[in-house]
Ligand binder design. Structure first.
Ligand SMILES: [Zn+2]
Length: 110
């Protein structure tokens, strides 16, 4: 993605963010996809561990249900920090990551 492409708007749309980019691309980023790709050290660590078939959901996971962002704050000009409904807020999502995780709804303008 070119460095000068920026999000013009980020709106909640059901269980996803709808992001309109300055190059005309509109993409939908599901919350679950975002959370599963949380770039923080803790989540990275979780993803590299083999799946535990006997893992029991923590009380927090059970009560929180689907991950939903409750706050989103710009970090400099290149990233957003997302706070989730279970309190997790360690993940900083770069614009590149948001762009990569998005499912384009419209192609870029030419
Ligand atoms: Zn995380």
């Amino acid at each position: 993605m070119p460095a000068d492409v920026l999000p013009l708007s980020i709106k909640r749309d059901g269980d996803a963010f709808r992001i309109e980019w300055s190059d005309g691309v509109a993409a939908s980023v599901p919350f679950l996809t975002l959370r599963n790709n949380c770039p923080c050290a803790t989540c990275n660590d979780e993803r590299t561990k083999p799946a535990d078939p006997f893992r029991v959901l923590s009380a927090r996971e059970v009560s929180a249900g689907l991950p939903v962002p409750v706050a989103m704050k710009a970090v400099g000009h290149y990233a957003y920090q997302i706070t989730w409904n279970d309190g997790h807020d360690a993940g900083i999502f770069t614009l590149d990551a948001l762009r990569r995780l998005g499912q384009p709804a419209t192609p870029p303008r030419t």
